[in-house]
Each structure stands twice: as structure tokens, then as C-alpha cells.
Design a protein around this ligand. Structure first.
Ligand code: MG
Length: 390
């Protein structure tokens, strides 16, 4: 017989100290009869991890950076919380019997391996780490099918598409429109963008997010990565995916069906809603989040993205067309260039330029196995690093 705790949804939250992670903890805390927080993991932020462990009482925590192991262990030993360290631990905790849902809120390529392990252990995935599908969508979606595992999107645009599709899964999608805010530099010329500083790029008009994704939003790479993510999540062909700039970020995305009808999901921009829906689907739980008021937004506007100036978006479409490991190389290059930009080593426009050169110079492997992704990721990082230091 199951105990009361086992009736609840056991959650493993990978990446608990970031923007998505901290909001996910708020969501989990709001429904103590429904969620049972089993595992939380952090990469580097030991202080916040300790604070969260004491507050939210998971059974297990993982600190990926082993340098912080002693500190975390000492801080939590009297709380009767298991503490592990290292990347391998990340892959082991997702397999725990008490875990039903793995919420992947890690940043970048680091999310791939634990997500694969979680799928192999037949856990539901609430996917906030879009890079997992960008890098290895072909492999990950195949594994999910084989293991009968559902991947629930946390990304707001993909959650919107998913919400529009609920009750419509048997109907063919003609097209989807991913909405983009356009970021802080919408309408800027290349000439003006040359001298952009990291502080300017880190100011997003509508969403409060981590540094990596905020820079990706400013370069439109985030939308490019989301295009690839959508291809894999919803099994679409490249020509079924379009991007439309919608600066108010109220329409979160749109599905167009074969009869021409379009469904959109709307609301104020608040990541807690897609985080929650990914974990409560097919149910909707009552929240006290602020409600949308039409009179605050008398006009919702739409425009074409400027792909000439923001070249990353085209690179993502190209990577999607090429298939194989092309998107893996693009993602790896982009992780290097974004960090280099934040460190003041390259300019804003160099991000897309180095991404392009890297993608072109790393050989594309079709029908990749896991090892091919690892190899291409390494190669692309090396190439992009070379280009950064030139
Ligand atoms: Mg998004």
C-alpha cells in the first residue's frame, strides 16, 4: 500500500538556484498536498542551495561543483538531508523511485545527460532546459517515445502551443507562430548594436530571467533555439514554424490548424504559470497571479523579426534545415560567445558572427549517437574559443 506521501507527485528539480528553479520552488510550496519535493540540485551556488534545502526540506540535494561539497554537507548534516556532489550524482538522483517528475532547469548543454538518464528511468520530464532538445532533439525524442515518457514544456512559448493543442492532439497542425518580444534592441541598426555593453543587453523589457537566456533574447538566439525546440517537441517540419515579434509579450504563441483556425494562449508574462502547468497537466490549479487587464493593453502589435540585423535567428533555421549535429555545434558556439560577450572579450555582433563561422567549420554528423553530440560539442567549443581569442 502506498503511504500518503507516495500519492503525491515526487519532484526532482535540477537547477534550483536559477530563475526558473527559484520560481518552481514557489510553485511546489504552494501545493503541499500535491507535490513532494524529493531532490534539488545546484551547480555552484552553495549558499542558496543550503538556504533552500533548510526551507523546502527535500530528501536529497546535489551540489555539482565538488569544491562546495564539504560546506553543503556540514551545513545540512543535522537536517537529515542526503548530500551528494558531482555530475554523476546528478544522473543518479533522477532515477530515484520516489521521483515522478524531473524538472530540468539547468542552463545549457549540461542538461542533456541527466535528462537522458531521467527518460531512461521513465520519469516525466518538465523541460525548462531548451538546449537539451536543441542539441540532441532527435535522440531525446526517440528515447522518450521508446520509454513512453512525456516531455512537458516549461518554456512559455512551447507551453502556450501545448495548451492550445490540449484536446486537439488528433488534429493536424498547419503552422505554429512563436511570439518574440524582440528583446531590448528591437528596431536597432547594426551600426548602433556594435557598441552595446553587457549591462544594456541584460535589461529585458518584459521577462526577468538568468543572464544566458537574457543575452540570447537580445540577440534573438533564444527565439532561434526555441524554433528548434518546437520542431522536436511537436514533431514539425521547418516550414511549419514561424516567428512573429510581439513586443507586449501577452500572446505567448499561436497554433494554426488545417481549417485555418488559430488558437493563441494569452496572459501576463509570468513563468510560474508554465512551470505549474507542466507539473499539473492536465489540471489547472487556482492561482492568485495578477490577471490581465485589457485596458492596460489597448493595442497588441505584431511585426516581422529583423533577420538581417539579428543573424542568429537565421542560423538557427539553417541548423534546423541541416539536421544532424548542426544545432549542437551552434548551441556550443553560442554558449562560448555569450560568455565571452559577458566577459567583455567580444562585441555584441561578434556573437552571431563567431556562431556562424563555428557552425560552418565543424563537420555535421547525420543520424548522431550520443557520443557524436559530445564530440561535436567539444569541437565547436574549441573552435569558438579560438575565434574569440583572435
Ligand atoms: Mg521562451
Amino acid at each position: 500500500m502506498k503511504t500518503e506521501d507516495q500519492q503525491k507527485k515526487g519532484i526532482a528539480l535540477l537547477g534550483c538556484t536559477g530563475s526558473i528553479g527559484t520560481q518552481a520552488l514557489d510553485v511546489i510550496e504552494a501545493y503541499p498536498d500535491y507535490f513532494d519535493l524529493q531532490v534539488i540540485t545546484a551547480n555552484n551556488n552553495a549558499d542558496l542551495l543550503i538556504e533552500q534545502a533548510k526551507k523546502y526540506r527535500p530528501s536529497t540535494v546535489v551540489i555539482v561543483n565538488e569544491d562546495h561539497f564539504e560546506k553543503v554537507k556540514d551545513a545540512l548534516w543535522e537536517d537529515d538531508i542526503h548530500v551528494f556532489a558531482g555530475k554523476d550524482a546528478l544522473c543518479q538522483v533522477v532515477e530515484y523511485g520516489e521521483v515522478d517528475v524531473v524538472l530540468t532547469a539547468l542552463v545549457g548543454y549540461a542538461g542533456l545527460q541527466p535528462t537522458i538518464k531521467a527518460i531512461e528511468a521513465k520519469k516525466s520530464i518538465a523541460l525548462a532546459n531548451k538546449e537539451t532538445l536543441v542539441v540532441a532533439g532527435e535522440l531525446v525524442t526517440k528515447l522518450a517515445r521508446e520509454n513512453g515518457v512525456n516531455i512537458y514544456p516549461v518554456d512559455s512559448e512551447h507551453s502556450a502551443i501545448f495548451q492550445c493543442l490540449t484536446g486537439e492532439f488528433h488534429n493536424k497542425i498547419e503552422k505554429i507562430y512563436l511570439t518574440a518580444s524582440g528583446g531590448p534592441f528591437r528596431g536597432w541598426s547594426a551600426d548602433k548594436l556594435k557598441d552595446v555593453k553587457p549591462e544594456q543587453a541584460l535589461k529585458h523589457p518584459n521577462w526577468d530571467m538568468g543572464a544566458k537566456i537574457t543575452i540570447d533574447s537580445a540577440t534573438l538566439m533564444n527565439k532561434g533555439l526555441e524554433v528548434i525546440e518546437a520542431k522536436w517537441l511537436f514533431a514539425l517540419e521547418p516550414d511549419q514554424i514561424d516567428v512573429i515579434v510581439h513586443p507586449q509579450s501577452i500572446v505567448h504563441s499561436i497554433v494554426q490548424f488545417e481549417d485555418g483556425s488559430m488558437k493563441a494562449q494569452m496572459g501576463l508574462p509570468d513563468m510560474k504559470l508554465p512551470i505549474q502547468y507542466a507539473m499539473t497537466y492536465p489540471d489547472r490549479f487556482k492561482t492568485d497571479f495578477p490577471r490581465f487587464n485589457f485596458l492596460d493593453y489597448p493595442s497588441l502589435t505584431f511585426e516581422q523579426p529583423d533577420r538581417e540585423t539579428f543573424k542568429n535567428l537565421n542560423l538557427a533555421f539553417k541548423a534546423m534545415d541541416e539536421g544532424g549535429t548542426s544545432a549542437c555545434a551552434l548551441n556550443a558556439a553560442n554558449e562560448i560567445t555569450v560568455q565571452a560577450f559577458l566577459d567583455g572579450k567580444i562585441g555584441f555582433l561578434d556573437i552571431a558572427e563567431i556562431n556562424r563561422q563555428t557552425m560552418e567549420s565543424v563537420a555535421n554528423i547525420q543520424k548522431p549517437a550520443y557520443e557524436d553530440y559530445v564530440k561535436v560539442d567539444e569541437e565547436a567549443r574549441e573552435k569558438a574559443n579560438d575565434l574569440v581569442s583572435k
